[in-house]
Design a binder for this molecule. Structure first.
Ligand code: FE2
Length: 206
């Protein structure tokens, strides 16, 4: 195949950003692109591998996440082309560039899979904030706006996973008594007439 141009070749940009800005922002966007694609692949694995009573909820939850991430990294890659640069597309190169790592091969417990996704979303949020700062320094307001929108959704995804990992849930009553799980001084209790009252936490045997 005849190569039209090298990946590193700069085409210029039609939107009036300086060459220096275009290069700095393109490099920044490229590492986010690689990281989003890594998380996209990981969510797919979790979508395929999840099982158990909450299979359907989680199966669809993971699908929602990778669908949203796909839209986001598409927007990042297209912004990168506005900069006059070619996005990193080879999976091997993306792996080198990404600041998160795909989990190793094999099947893990669902809570561990979710915890890994949440940690990766958090890392992405932290790195996106650096990108927003950089865009602001370069007065690239469109990239700043793009990354801010992506950051908001990233934080939402992270928070929603946190809810799935919460200690409470309807199924907890099936495997343990609330007293065995909950701790704290203001644990609510129900009297025989159904009204709530506060009772001191049961002292635990040491
Ligand atoms: Fe599917």
């Amino acid at each position: 195949m005849e190569k039209l141009r090298e990946k590193s070749e700069y085409e210029g940009n039609p939107v009036g950003l300086s060459d220096k800005t275009a290069k700095a922002i393109a490099q920044e966007l490229d590492r986010h692109l690689a990281s989003f694609i890594t998380l996209y692949n990981q969510y797919h694995k979790h979508h395929w591998m999840v099982e158990g009573p909450q299979f359907r909820d989680l199966h669809l939850f993971f699908e929602e996440h990778y669908t949203e991430i796909h839209e986001q990294y598409d927007a990042i890659a297209e912004r990168l082309t506005v900069m006059g640069y070619c996005p990193t597309c080879h999976p091997k190169k993306q792996m080198e560039l990404a600041y998160i790592q795909h989990e190793e091969e094999g099947v893990f417990r669902i809570r561990e899979m979710l915890a890994k996704d949440m940690e990766d979303e958090k890392t992405i949020a932290v790195e996106l904030r650096k990108g927003i700062k950089l865009a602001l320094q370069h007065e690239d307001f469109a990239t700043k706006a793009l990354l801010e929108g992506i950051l908001l959704k990233t934080e939402d995804r992270c928070h929603h996973i946190e809810h799935f990992l919460g200690d409470d849930g309807l199924s907890i009553g099936l495997i343990a008594k609330p007293d065995d799980i909950m701790d704290g001084e203001d644990k609510p209790s129900r009297s025989s007439n159904g009204s709530s009252k506060k009772v001191p936490a049961k002292s635990k045997a040491k």
